[in-house]
Design a protein around this ligand. Sequence first.
Ligand code: DQA
Length: 144
Amino acid sequence: MRVLVLNGPNLGRLGSREPEVYGSESYDDLVAVCVDAGRELDLDVDVRQTDDEAELVHWLHEAADASTPVVLNPAAFTHYSYSLRDACAQLTAPLVEVHLTNPLSRESFRHTSVVGGVATGTVAGFGLDSYRLALRALTTLAAR
Ligand code: DQA
């Protein structure tokens, strides 16, 4: 099964970005975790990152048209991007929203996810393990 792992703004800067919040692991480490988990779970994992809302929306259209399951860390777009939510609502296969941190334990503006309501489920707060758990959830869903 093919899976798209999509990452929003500033996640390409993991490792140097606020390490006290996001840890010392880099975006390359995130990619490696997803590819390794994909190998274990027999998934063909395509990991991408963009700072551009339009590009992220286009990738979601691609997933909708191909019925590809998606793991999405919308980053700051989580909290306000209705265009991202509307693109997620068009998906035809499961969507798992992921976060490295637990947004509910952080600033109040992070307590709203406009994406969560159209996701199959959400995994948050486990660092890079959030991605492993999300990929495992997609595998379990596909086996149902
Ligand atoms: C994040 C949480 C968001 O609030 C934040 O804007 C991010 C990363 C996370 O993975 O914990 O960029 O999505």
